[in-house]
Design a protein around this ligand. Structure first.
Ligand SMILES: NC(=O)c1ccc[n+]([C@@H]2O[C@H](COP(=O)([O-])OP(=O)(O)OC[C@H]3O[C@@H](n4cnc5c(N)ncnc54)[C@H](O)[C@@H]3O)[C@@H](O)[C@H]2O)c1
Ligand SMILES: O=P(O)(O)OC[C@H](O)CO
Length: 333
């Protein structure tokens, strides 16, 4: 099995390392030739994973045709909102026997499609050839070999098992799941909830508040997920609560860091700088997740509050007052 990871950001590079460590022949595509050159010569990605030595067997290229030539598994490591445009550009080099694995945790703002839907839409690939990888996987921890588990979601269980083998190492343990919708929505919504946790921490609030946001964020995720066709058990698993806890708790999370900066009173531009220019998917996905919830008639108050802070000029203290001023209700509906 020949794999290629398209996108040499922090997670794409880490996943490429995992694949090589798992014994899967892998190359990585970097947009910039200078970055491909650094990976090939210094065995390091200085822009996104400085100080982490990459396996010598990992070969980087900046030419798309060369990257995709003969690939059986195409791992998609570019941000959610750029996936469609990238796939369109790569289309002449995509074949009917490739399996696509999405790493992106987001919902497209222009269409409210999940990433697997975008892949199907652009490539015409059937569900059996589309998989997602999602779980509590902060890149910097995985890259240094700290133990972590993840979920490979694919409608075709046999293919999920093949991918599981291709991504399994002595520090990275993938589980399989045929519930692609649950895996994807768990990953997309937790970024929005991590922004909320960051905002709360940024204004100086403590663990009771954070636990409340995480728990009610999970309730929101399950409501939306089930309405969209997900299995609630997926959202109680690694791609749901697992990722939610890791992202909401860790200062390594770009979404949490972005929210923290807003909570401290920084502007959107200053918050962007706090994440070193890396993608905080929740900033855009709060809009698409809210739109998706509207489509299903589901109440997502935390997502709505995050959207208003990020895009409508609401301050974090105002958002907190708005959330606490809502009508009283039973915990379980
Ligand atoms: N970093 C993590 O810990 C982590 C873990 C799991 C999942 N993810 C998800 O993986 C996806 C990628 O995240 P990342 O952490 O690698 O992001 P990143 O910001 O570190 O890197 C993004 C990569 O995509 C490239 N890129 C950006 N815009 C592009 C465009 N328009 N066209 C082509 N390439 C473009 C960048 O050059 C870079 O190589 C995100 O959806 C993220 O939520 C990240
Ligand atoms: O750094 P974040 O906030 O994009 O989160 C990274 C991963 O998705 C954690 O699983």
């Amino acid at each position: 099995m020949q794999a290629v990871v398209m996108g040499a950001g922090s997670w794409g590079t880490t996943v490429a390392k995992v694949l090589v460590d798992a014994g899967t022949p892998t190359r990585i595509w970097a947009r910039r030739p200078a970055l491909a050159e650094a990976i090939n010569t210094a065995h390091e990605n200085p822009d996104y994973l400085a100080g982490i030595i990459l396996p010598a067997a990992l070969h980087a290229v900046s030419d798309v045709a060369e990257a995709l030539d003969g690939a059986d598994v195409v791992v998609l490591g570019v941000p959610s909102q750029s996936l469609r445009a990238n796939l369109e550009a790569w289309k002449p080099h995509l074949t009917d026997d490739m399996t696509f694995v999405s790493l992106a945790k987001g919902v497209e703002t222009s269409t409210v499609m999940r990433m697997s839907e975008v892949i199907a839409d652009v490539t015409g690939a059937p569900p059996e050839r589309i998989a997602v990888l999602s779980g509590p996987n902060l890149a910097k921890e995985v890259a240094v070999g700290q133990p972590a588990a993840t979920v490979i979601g694919c409608a075709d269980e046999r293919r999920a098992v093949d991918l599981q083998e291709a991504f399994s190492t002595n520090y990275f343990r993938p589980y399989t799941n045929t519930d692609v919708i649950g895996c994807e929505l768990g990953g997309a919504v937790k970024n929005v909830i991590a922004l909320a946790c960051g905002m709360a921490a940024g204004v100086g609030l403590g663990q009771n508040t954070l636990a409340t946001i995480i728990t009610r964020g999970l309730a929101e995720t399950i409501r939306l997920g089930v309405a969209a066709g997900a299995d609630a058990q997926t959202l109680a698993g690694l791609a749901g609560v697992g990722d939610l806890v890791a992202t909401c708790a860790s200062p390594l999370s770009r979404n949490r860091t972005f929210g923290f900066a807003l909570g401290e009173g920084k502007t959107l531009e200053e918050a962007q700088a706090a994440t070193n220019g890396q993608v905080a998917e929740g900033v855009k996905s709060c809009s698409s997740v809210r739109a998706l919830a509207e489509q299903y008639g589901v109440d997502v108050p935390l997502t709505d509050a995050v959207h208003q802070v990020c895009h409508d000029g609401l301050s974090v203290p105002e958002a907190i007052a708005m959330l606490l001023g809502r009508s009283r209700k039973p915990e379980i509906r």
